[in-house]
Design a protein around this ligand. Structure first.
Ligand SMILES: NC(=O)c1ccc[n+]([C@@H]2O[C@H](COP(=O)([O-])OP(=O)(O)OC[C@H]3O[C@@H](n4cnc5c(N)ncnc54)[C@H](O)[C@@H]3O)[C@@H](O)[C@H]2O)c1
Length: 356
């Protein structure tokens, strides 16, 4: 099945080099052939040519080629809407990179068009299959450290906002749209409860017109507090995940490629009569003293490996066998509702109490 790519930048390069070949190398019976790319940048066209890819002269050339069944949209965020709508209206199935759009109104418009044209349309929320996320979700689902009352999902860098368009508000820049959309999607997939309130602060350390990070606190109806922190100006990393259960704590520190490392501790003796106090700072404390090892069981970290072909296989099955798409409109709209409420909270510095 032929696929064409619109916007051949960093992420499109990743689809071309890793994601599509991986599906083709798997035992999935249908294969994808990249018919070519369209990009406005001469430099990117040269890169595409050097990789043996055909360069179309216009998006219309792609739309009018009936042998091309799928269009992959990997442009800056503000261009997703026109390309998605045009491709759908020209009878193409469409995969669009995240964030699907700049706001929920655009999201609705895209899905309306997909329904009208009957084409398969899905946003590439690839981080649903991240090993670190699935490993934490497994701890949550199996109640391994008792009832979980707080989750911290944190990504930290010190390289500022990358690239050029990610710094421009009108182009859909900023870290909420860039990383927030992934981490909120993971949260909503993990926690099967309604949200009752949201508080968020944005960071503007880079003095750009868009956020270079944020701290989002989401309260669920079961009282769980889920905190998402994105930082691009931090030189010492905190754990990717810290999960607080009534009977233990789970931490993930390493999430590089397939390697996931961390620690899961579960208490076996809550009140330890033999606990000794420590000197801390200019004082003495038992409260903050390290527990005796005998009172804690270190559990193995059961690493769950995500199926890296799941997204494309599902997309192909949706075309070929009418399978339901995994990433659904109502899920995308809920993620946007959280992002939009977070923005409102950050602007007003208020906790927004709303059932989401
Ligand atoms: N799912 C993921 O893990 C992931 C990771 C990175 C990026 N993304 C998403 O992929 C998209 C692209 O991000 P990127 O990092 O590759 O950006 P990029 O800047 O590297 O690539 C964008 C490309 O679009 C091209 N372009 C600009 N205007 C165009 C136009 N009018 N018509 C056609 N092409 C045009 C640019 O020349 C560039 O080659 C964004 O939506 C981003 O959020 C997703």
């Amino acid at each position: 099945m032929k696929i064409a790519i619109i916007g051949f930048g960093g992420m499109a390069g990743h689809h071309n080099k890793y994601i599509i070949p991986r599906l083709n190398d798997s035992d999935y019976p249908e294969k994808l052939e990249i018919a070519g790319i369209y990009d406005i940048s001469e430099e990117r066209k040269d890169v595409a040519k050097s990789l043996g890819l055909h360069c179309f002269n216009s998006p219309e050339e792609i739309y009018s080629d009936e042998s091309i069944k799928i269009v992959l949209v990997t442009t800056p965020n503000d261009l997703h809407l026109p390309y998605v709508i045009n491709a759908l209206n020209h009878n193409k199935h469409v995969i669009c990179e995240k964030p699907l759009a700049l706001n929920s109104e655009e999201v609705k418009l895209m899905y309306e068009t997909a329904k009208k044209t009957g084409k398969v349309f899905e946003v590439h929320q690839n981080r649903r299959w991240d090993n670190d996320y699935l490993t934490i979700k497994n701890i949550y689902d199996k109640n391994i450290i008792g009832d979980i009352y707080q989750i911290e999902s944190r990504v930290m860098g010190s390289n500022g906002i990358p690239g050029s368009w990610r710094r421009v508000f009108a182009q859909g820049g900023g870290m909420m749209l860039d990383w927030g959309v992934h981490l909120i999607d993971q949260m909503l997939e993990m926690i099967p409860y309604k949200i009752t309130s949201i508080y968020c602060t944005y960071s503007y350390q880079a003095k750009e017109e868009v956020d270079d990070g944020f701290d989002l606190q989401v309260r669920f109806e079961n009282d769980l507090l889920y905190r998402i922190v994105v930082d691009t100006n931090c030189y010492h990393e905190l754990p990717r995940w810290q999960v607080y259960g009534k009977d233990g704590t789970a931490t993930i520190t390493t999430w590089k490629g397939n390697l996931v490392e961390g620690k899961v501790s579960k208490v076996n003796l809550y009140k330890d009569d033999k606990l000794e106090g420590i000197e801390a700072g200019n004082g003495f404390t038992k409260t903050m003293a390290k527990r005796r090892n005998e009172t804690i069981d270190e559990l193995p970290l059961e690493v769950i490996m995500g199926d890296k072909n799941a997204f494309y296989r599902n997309f192909m099955n949706a075309i070929l066998n009418n399978e339901e798409t995994i990433v659904k409109e109502e899920q995308v709209l809920r993620v946007f509702k959280v992002m939009e409420t977070a923005y409102k909270s950050a602007k007003t510095n208020e906790v927004i109490k709303e059932i989401i």
